[in-house]
Design a protein around this ligand. Structure first.
Ligand code: UD1
Ligand code: UDP
Length: 376
């Protein structure tokens, strides 16, 4: 009998990082065939993230264009993925999180009536438009999923509240923690050895922060730097031109600011470790910072990741300039408050999420494989 052919779909940087450990895990088992399929929603940022794990897409739809709209990404990804699933005889589709690629993978699988397994399922805010359009994307993916892999108990409860069948829900931990654990063991990049002082790391890219909120974030970061004479502010710039324009305008001329190209994951993990404080609106960075013992201020009004905030490793500070500046300076100057945040154990996973995904999906296909202790 032919082996079932499983399609793993990626489109953007965080999907590459969080799906890579899952693909590597499935590739240890020769009872299935795996195809890594990229929509190419991102280009350089996706390729560099996969390369760190020694992966290259088997199929690449290459849909990215500069300044792409959501409609353009959606129509191109939906059409390309549908065609690929049909032509390549995909028996089961896996996608992660809440990007437009993920939504299209779920919809394409649904139209073709192929089982869809959703990794990092169940994250929710109260509003369909925050974050935009990710909240819609993940709810829609959840509507059609055969199996749901929430990273935490809280995410599983969200799915149960929506009436999903408990037998289809398996708490796995976040596969992003598998990724960070894999990289932290091998990566040794030494960031700013010539600078004895602290590093403040800033990343921002969210669609809802483009424009005014991003200007406030950058201005606040500059103010924090002015009041912290020993610090360097390091800002890996997302490739979105709308992000870069604001960052360069507000931060470009400061002698203690380093605006850098986005380091690949192997270099970015040591950069997070080098940082005394992380300011971010990124979902993935919010999860990784506590795993690395780094306090994180979340530059968003709501988060679908309340676990880090509840555990005391993260603070939700929004995009108000004064609030960001106040909270950051407080942490940089108050050793005890800093230490309390640093000591929290990662609420997002134990590094074995990919094994749990592999176990439950293979079981659903009628294939036995080694089990793993439950998480959460
Ligand atoms: C996308 C996801 C978001 C995720 C983010 C991760 C959607 C709707 N948004 O947002 O959930 O948090 O990725 O980073 O799916 N660009 C490049 N090279 C790259 C990547 C991007 O030049 O490798 C530029 C292009 O001009 C592109 C723009 O960035 O048009 C925006 O990319 P897009 O994927 O549409 O949105 P993101 O903000 O990256
Ligand atoms: N990341 C990276 N290089 C960078 C910035 C981020 O490798 O310059 C990694 C980060 O560690 C995390 C992922 O990219 O694993 C997060 O991607 P992003 O912030 O773009 O998306 P989000 O998680 O917000 O969807």
């Amino acid at each position: 009998m032919d082996k079932p052919r499983l399609g793993f779909i990626v489109g953007t940087r965080p999907e590459a990082i969080k799906v890579a450990p899952v693909v590597l895990e499935f590739r240890k088992f020769d009872s299935v065939e795996t195809l890594l399929i990229s929509s190419g929603q991102h280009r350089e940022m996706l390729d560099q993230s996969l390369a760190v794990f020694g992966l290259k897409p088997d199929i690449d739809l290459g849909i990215m264009t500069a300044g792409q709209t959501l409609t353009e990404v959606t129509s191109r990804a939906l059409e390309g993925l549908t065609k690929t699933f049909k032509e390549r005889g995909i028996a089961r589709v896996f996608a992660q999180g809440d990007t437009t690629t993920t939504f299209c993978a779920a919809l394409a699988a649904f139209y073709l009536q192929i089982p869809f397994d959703h990794i990092e399922a169940g994250l929710r805010t109260d509003s369909i438009s925050t974050p935009f359009p990710e909240e819609f994307n993940r709810r829609a993916a959840g509507l059609v999923a055969s199996l749901h892999y929430p990273p935490t108990k809280w995410a599983a409860e969200n799915l149960l509240k929506e009436g999903k069948d408990p037998k289809t829900i398996h708490v796995t931990g976040n596969t992003g923690i598998d990724a960070v654990n894999l990289i932290v063991k091998t990566s040794s990049q030494d960031w700013f050895p010539e600078h004895p002082g602290r590093v403040i790391l800033l990343t921002t890219h969210r669609r809802e922060n483009l424009g005014e909120p991003m200007s406030r974030i950058a201005t606040a970061a500059r103010e924090v730097l002015e009041k912290t004479p020993d610090a360097l502010l390091v800002v890996p710039m997302h490739r979105n031109p709308q992000v870069r324009e604001v960052l360069m305008k507000i931060l470009g001329d400061h002698e203690r600011v380093r605006l850098i190209e986005p380091p690949d994951y192997e270099a970015f993990v040591p950069l997070m470790k080098r940082a005394a404080l992380i300011l971010t609106d990124s979902g993935g960075v919010q999860e990784e910072a506590p795993a690395l013992g780094r306090p994180v201020l979340v530059l968003r009004d709501t988060t679908e990741r309340p676990e880090g905030v509840e555990a005391g490793a993260a603070k939700l500070v929004g995009t108000d300039q004064k609030k960001i500046t106040g909270e950051a300076l407080n942490l940089l100057n108050d050793k005890e408050a800093y230490h309390r945040m640093q000591q929290v154990v990662s609420p997002y996973g134990d590094g074995m999420a990919s094994q749990r995904v592999r176990y439950w999906s293979l079981k659903n296909l009628g294939i036995d494989s080694p089990g793993v202790t439950p998480w959460g």
